[in-house]
Design a protein around this ligand. Sequence first.
Ligand code: 13P
Length: 257
Amino acid sequence: MSRTPIISGNWKMNLNHFEAIQTVQKLHYSLPKEVHDSVDVSVHPPFTDIRSVQTVIEADDLDIILGAQHCHWEPTGAFTGEISPAFLAKLDVKLVICGHSERRDLFGETDEMVNRKVKAIFQHGMTPIMCCGESLAEREAGETEAKVLGQVAAGLEGLQAEQVASMVIAYEPIWAIGTGKTATADDAQAVCQAIRVAVAASFGADTAGAVRIQYGGSVKAGTTEELMAQPDVDGALVGGASLDPEEFSRIVQFAAG
Ligand code: 13P
């Protein structure tokens, strides 16, 4: 089964709305037109930028998918500071990251919360990018697969096979995020393959053949080609390098092949 590669830029808490507008415009103009036919590109700005970026994408008809970094599972209510998935959908957000290790480690997000978010994102007509990944201690203790597959199973619990087929799973080893250390292409492939095998066991071979799996963690233009050559790596979730539209554009172009 052929899967369209997907490259996503997670801007984290960087770029105010003026900078975000410039970045998305520069990204668009530095990407050759043909690239858009062979690779999906999304940006995930901070919430305060989303309306501005949406306006630019729509007004200039940019071929870039609007994403968010996080949301709550309830559509409305007394949740001070939280972000409604319904409001994101209203802003034409298509892809929402959930379960990022920074949310899990710094803000106490549990597997159960991630599962509720995944379901809420679908309920509001958007697509989740569900993150998983092991810490350095877990990797050194030989617990990588147990940790990652446990997160994946918990995050996907109760979903329909068609939902899983349509979503994105991002494997992001925590020790590789923002550290300059990238998992070797072989390591990334081994874990992405294990995720696909686990999806096949729970949801069937067709679903496993369709779900897109990204690698994330210090991805740069120089590492993209080798990562994308792996049979079970369908894209990248890019942090730091996505803040520079030229570097991000090179990553997208390597992914386009
Ligand atoms: P870096 O690319 O900065 O390591 O970040 C990866 C990441 O966490 C993307 O979600």
